[in-house]
Unconditional design. Structure first.
Lengths: 257, 477
């Protein structure tokens, strides 16, 4: 595979939340167009990595760096990261009463467009734009006029995250346990959509506990995060190995080294 | 701390003072002052007698202290009860309005020159104790609609005023209503004749300008059989360290099949961050659905005032009549609000809907207080109440006091309540999608208030949304 240029370079990242160190020195390089999967046992720091890259204020960076497209990512506000093309599909998407998905998405898209110096879309233009996007991923517009995530089932919330991803067209999409709470049909739909959205200008960081999502999305690189460090990296086969053997053998490995 | 706390306040935008020569009567309240006010208005004897009766009652009443608000004693003798610009135009000639007054209202976004009018809206502009301009009176008269300052109505439509004034809020209804009856100066009068759908939105804008004065306006709206009227009031005041008293009375009467829609955007000066200054907004508003199938709908967006004490209510007398109350009340800094409604069901199959949204930020205290009373004869009455509170930060408070008094077993009552907090996670979610922290809060708040905003006339919904953006800016960080 032709190597793209480096989009994200994380070095020695140490992060604490509420005084407890969770990430204890993470190194990670993602190139343009690559799909990386981060796997690991519960409590290993996978979600922390996703949240801190998106800029959640509850996490404190103790040491290390993260360069995104050559810029200091950790120095950017969450909205600046978003406008620069960093997207996080949340593990627990929040509900926003009284605001329709369609209005919310248009506001978000226009914030991105303003940043890029593009004209904002009015509701009619947005509707056309949205129609194209939905068509491309083969979804209908049934979620668009409902309030953001309000009354959505767990699966609908996750699908809504992927819909936002499709509309906002990020350069780096971070999926935080998007597969949890999905039945097999929804999982397939989400995976197919992600596959359609793969391209040379878009990189993915897929955080997951189980290997099953990776049955449908083939990553370029698989990393194992355990106790706040990446303890092993490899090709797609690593995910299958983990599925068969669990995580304990790796944890032991950490202890030995 | 990067918490939601840090954002709340932008400076109050309407806090300027107009430098205009005013006539202000000396501070103090006694029968002579009341006679003076009545004389200045050229009122008939019966009006003066009514004022004096109210005043004598008021002397025997005491200020209510049951609301969930705290403030120091008010010295009623330190207030001036009448202030008016010296150069007043002759009635019905808008060209003669003092340019300073025109400029003042222009600055507030209320054009009183008809050529610059808000499309489809007629405006009565009240400055301190007097109405300075009322637009489109002639246009409305073609439809038989009377829209004029109360003092003009007392002189020119005495029969209507005498017949209905005080029939919904009696002169001795409560302490502040009695005070208002004694000293009220201006306000608006509306009469919509049988079968007429008022072709314009009617609107009154109240501006307090003079210091050490109070504003005591009186509004009366009568919708005759089968008529419809939508009325909106707005208000603002300069920033001052002193507290100023605003004690208004509004009475609405709807006859058979008539509908009155009454909207308020209240933006009196709320006081500074430490709670210094600001308006005491002690207001009595009540509507009577006198006829069958009549409807009165109150919508209020309360963002200003140091203290708000108001319970716009409906007396549902006519069978099948409908009362509605939609409210957004915002308290930030050290603002306090105790507001809600009273729905009194008398007629058969009467229905009422209450939707109250309270938003507290800073050290604001927000109280919903509502009474739903189903009387014995109100067969088949229904009420739906919904009280939602939103907290921004951890130093504010939300309180709910719903009173229910049912005397007819066929009544159906529903009550829903919720309390939510704008959390870091909500804000972060929206910021992660590219919205600024301010826009994130504003979106969450607007979504929370949507059920109320959609009740506002189009022309004012935008204004309300903007106002809410302003009064919350600074609550997030």
């Amino acid at each position: 595979m032709k190597q793209g240029k480096v989009l994200l370079e994380v070095k020695g990242l140490r992060v604490a939340v509420a005084g407890t160190e969770i990430l204890k020195g993470v190194d990670l390089t993602i190139r343009e167009g690559e799909v990386h999967a981060i796997m690991g046992p519960n409590g290993s720091g996978k979600s922390t990595l996703a949240q801190v890259l998106a800029g959640h204020p509850a996490y404190t960076v103790l040491a290390g760096s993260a360069a995104y497209d050559g810029k200091d990512l950790l120095d950017m506000k969450p909205e600046e990261r978003a406008r620069a093309g960093v997207f996080l599909a949340f593990q627990y998407p929040v509900e926003i009463r009284g605001i329709t998905n369609s209005y919310f998405l248009r506001s978000a898209l226009n914030a991105l467009r303003r940043e890029r110096g593009e004209p904002e879309l009015d509701p009619i233009d947005f509707l056309q734009f949205l129609e194209q996007k939905l068509k491309a991923i083969g979804w209908d517009d049934s979620m668009m006029n409902r309030p953001v995530n309000e009354g959505f089932s767990g699966g609908e919330k996750k699908r809504n995250e992927i819909l936002q991803l499709a509309v906002l067209e990020p350069r780096l999409a971070i999926l935080d346990e998007t597969d949890s709470g999905l039945d097999i049909d929804a999982l397939k739909t989400v995976a197919e959509t992600v596959n359609k959205l793969r391209g040379p200008d878009r990189s993915f960081l897929i955080v997951t506990h189980y290997q099953r999502l990776l049955n449908y999305i083939t990553p370029d690189v698989v990393h194992v995060l355990a106790d706040g460090r990446i303890v092993k990296s490899g090709g797609p086969a690593l995910a299958h190995e983990l599925e068969a053997k669990g995580y304990d053998w790796l944890r032991d490995g950490v202890m030995v080294s | 701390m990067t918490s939601i706390e840090a954002h709340v306040q932008q400076p109050y935008k309407y806090g300027f003072v107009t430098d205009i020569e005013s006539e202000v009567v000396p501070a103090g309240l006694n029968e002579d002052v009341i006679r003076l006010i009545s004389a200045k208005k050229g009122e008939p004897e019966w009006m003066l007698e009514w004022r004096l009766k109210a005043y004598r009652n008021w002397l025997k009443m005491s200020e209510p202290h049951w609301p969930n608000v705290k403030y120091g004693p008010i010295d009623y003798q330190a207030i001036s009860y009448y202030a008016a610009p010296k150069k007043l135009p002759k009635l019905d000639s808008l060209d003669q309005v003092d340019p300073k007054l025109v400029a003042t209202f222009e600055k507030l976004g209320i054009p009183i020159e008809e050529q610059k009018r808000l499309s489809g809206v007629a405006v009565d502009a009240v400055f301190d104790s007097v109405s300075v301009a009322t637009t489109f009176q002639a246009e409305l008269a073609k439809f038989g609609v009377i829209f004029c300052p109360m003092s003009q109505a007392i002189r020119e439509h005495a029969d209507l005023v005498q017949k209905y004034l005080g029939t919904v809020v009696p002169h001795n209804d409560n302490f502040f209503a009695a005070l208002n009856t004694a000293v009220f100066t201006d306000g608006s009068f509306v009469y919509v004749p049988k079968g007429v759908r008022c072709p314009l939105e009617l609107s009154t804008y109240f501006r307090i300008n003079a210091s050490s004065t109070g504003q005591f306006e009186r509004t009366l709206i009568i919708a005759d059989e089968g008529s419809y009227v939508s009325y909106l009031e707005g208000c603002s005041a300069p920033m001052r360290d002193e507290n100023q008293l605003h004690a208004a009375v509004v009475e609405l009467v709807a006859f058979d099949r008539a509908t009155i829609k009454y909207s308020t955007i209240q933006n009196w000066y709320p006081g500074d961050e430490e709670g210094k200054g600001g308006i005491y907004n002690f207001v009595t508003k009540r509507g009577k659905c006198a006829g069958v199938n009549s409807k009165i709908s109150w919508t209020q967006v309360e963002t200003g005032s140091a203290i708000t004490w108001k319970y716009p209510g409906c007396i549902l007398q006519g069978d099948n009549s409908i009362g509605e109350f939609y409210s957004v009340a915002v308290t930030s800094h050290r603002q306090q609000a105790d507001t809600g409604t009273k729905m009194i069901h008398l007629g058969k199959n009467t229905r009422s809907t209450i939707v109250s949204k309270g938003i507290s930020a800073g050290r604001g205290q927000n109280t919903y207080r509502g009474l739903v009373k189903i009387m014995k004869g109100a067969e088949g009455a229904r009420n739906y109440s919904q009280c939602d509170s939103m907290l921004i930060g951890d130093k504010c408070g939300a309180h709910t006091f719903p009173y229910i008094d049912v005397r007819n077993s066929t009544a159906i009552m529903e009550h829903e309540a919720s309390t939510s907090k704008i959390g870091e996670d909500q804000i972060f979610y929206l910021r992660q999608r590219g919205l600024s922290a301010e826009d994130a809060v504003s979106m969450i708040v607007n979504g929370f208030c949507k059920e109320v905003f959609k009740e506002l006339p189009m022309e004012f919904a935008v204004e309300a949304t903007r106002l809410l953006g302003i009064s919350l800016e600074g609550s997030v960080g």
